[in-house]
Ligand binder design. Structure first.
Ligand code: ZN
Length: 463
């Protein structure tokens, strides 16, 4: 009952002495009635969520990928739902916001210090370079307003005499949602640009590159082992650190391959121990697998120029591309592909102020120079596939991925957007694992104990 009507309610329900008369009550997942009662209801809910987030923060220490997905795809939807039903609830979410910012995010990223701009960035969705971890004190009002405006026809029908026009309501609701989504997207873009301007220049380049090439879509994927979408805590954090331009944590002091001081930059470029080559091969294999699924007609490591021909050009070995596929851009025409993972933000490039885009373009041009003439002699085309260690793809690679996706979507009768996303995500996971070899793999070779010639046996049993 409404405030001040208690007396009247007692009169009306006099014949039911056991009936409890209340000023507020739970209703359809929300709460209606007197504001004090509604506030108490929301605060109780918030206290439960604070505990949930604390639990999740503890889990995030060891399982950041799962905790992140559980938070962004499930837990935060619970309060978003409540916020849609109850007006003016923002102020009651302060404690939840505190625990998210002070406990959950630091545990997730294993990092204590964040700039103000970074914190603002995390609130943006992944497609705008953020982590999609919303501030519950900010989102509340707009969630409610959308819900309120979109359901106006239902409200009028309940309060008035006219029956509800269901198809009319559906169309109106969808229209309101579309309108709000378009407004929301424009708002997000403006916020993204503002945050971008506040980031350090090298950080800005990384975030901008990720957004432009949609390199962060892997983050919203459920970590399924079957598709190799599960990462170790370190793999997950290393990639997020690279994306945001933070140094990797827990690296050894010295490189076990060359003995130099080890650092994020050194890990990404040290050629000792063959780790870069292994990573490259893994990445190439995934690209090749896509091509095989899409076109069937693929070959591995095609020789573009024989060693004898190369000797005349001053080269030593035969020139090979990574793979060749028939019919990618033109029917019955071969296209040669060669992949490369570059460290576009290396100190050398940074010192010369070479942008990520320029680093990608230069690397692509180098490859084209090496392969194009030889490919044309064989009536083939050539396409470089270049990506940075953070997952920013060169435009040729992006075009190739779109081509694969279009082909697979037609073949599998699946929506193009779903397949495009899947292709991008698969590529990013392959890349994360390839880069992980560079940063965390051992560059030291195992010394054999001499089993081959039996020499080791004597030393093994010596007393
Ligand atoms: Zn080294």
């Amino acid at each position: 009952m409404k405030e001040g009507k208690e007396e009247r309610a007692r009169e009306v329900f006099a014949e039911y002495p056991d009936l409890e008369i209340v000023s507020h009550h739970r209703f359809l997942g929300g709460c209606v009635g007197a504001s004090a009662g509604v506030e108490a209801y929301v605060r109780k809910k918030v206290a439960t969520w604070v505990e949930c987030v604390r639990h999740l923060a503890r889990a995030a220490e060891k399982f950041p990928q799962s905790a992140y997905v559980a938070f962004t795809m499930s837990l935060q939807s619970e309060w978003k739902f409540l916020q849609r039903l109850i007006p003016g609830s923002s102020a009651w979410f302060g404690e939840l916001n505190d625990v998210i910012k002070r406990e959950f995010i630091p545990a997730l990223l294993a990092r204590r210090q964040f700039s103000e701009a970074e914190m603002e960035l995390f609130e943006l969705p992944v497609r705008w370079g953020g982590l999609g971890i919303l501030d519950p004190t900010k989102a509340a009002q707009s969630s409610y307003e959308l819900s309120f405006s979109a359901t106006s026809m239902v409200r009028e029908a309940i309060l008035g005499d006219e029956p509800l026009d269901v198809p009319g309501h559906r169309a109106y609701y969808a229209g309101q949602q579309r309108k709000r989504r378009a407004e929301g997207e424009a708002e997000l873009k403006a916020r993204y640009e503002e945050v971008l301007s506040k980031l350090r220049p090298e950080q800005r380049q990384k975030v901008q590159g990720q957004v432009d090439s949609k390199g962060m879509s892997w983050m919203s994927v459920v970590p399924r082992a079957k598709e190799s979408f599960d990462l170790s805590a370190q793999q997950w954090r290393d990639r997020v650190h690279l994306q945001y331009g933070w140094d990797l944590q827990g690296l050894p002091e010295k490189c076990d391959g060359c003995g130099k001081r080890f650092s994020t930059d050194h890990a990404l470029v040290c050629l000792k121990g063959g780790l870069i080559g292994w990573g490259h091969n893994q990445f190439r294999d995934v690209m090749g697998e896509f091509s095989r699924a899409a076109w069937n007609n693929c070959g591995w490591e095609p020789v573009v120029r024989e060693a004898s021909e190369r000797a005349r050009d001053g080269g030593s070995d035969g020139l090979r591309a990574d793979f060749v596929v028939r019919g990618v851009w033109e029917p019955d025409r071969d296209c040669l592909f060669d992949t490369r993972i570059i460290h576009a933000g290396s100190p050398g490039r940074a010192a010369q102020h070479i942008s990520y885009q320029n680093a990608l373009n230069t690397s692509a041009r180098e490859k084209v120079k090496l392969y194009k003439a030889a490919a044309e002699e064989r009536r083939a085309t050539f396409c470089p596939l270049i990506v940075t260690v953070e997952g920013i793809a060169h435009q040729s690679l992006q075009a190739f991925l779109r081509r694969i996706a279009a082909r697979l979507a037609a073949k599998w009768h699946k929506p193009l957007s779903t397949v495009t996303n899947w292709v991008r995500v698969r590529l990013q996971f392959a890349l994360i694992k390839a880069v992980d070899l560079r940063t965390r793999g051992s560059r030291k070779r195992w010394r054999s104990s001499g089993f081959e010639d039996g020499e080791g046996i004597a030393t093994l049993f010596q007393r």
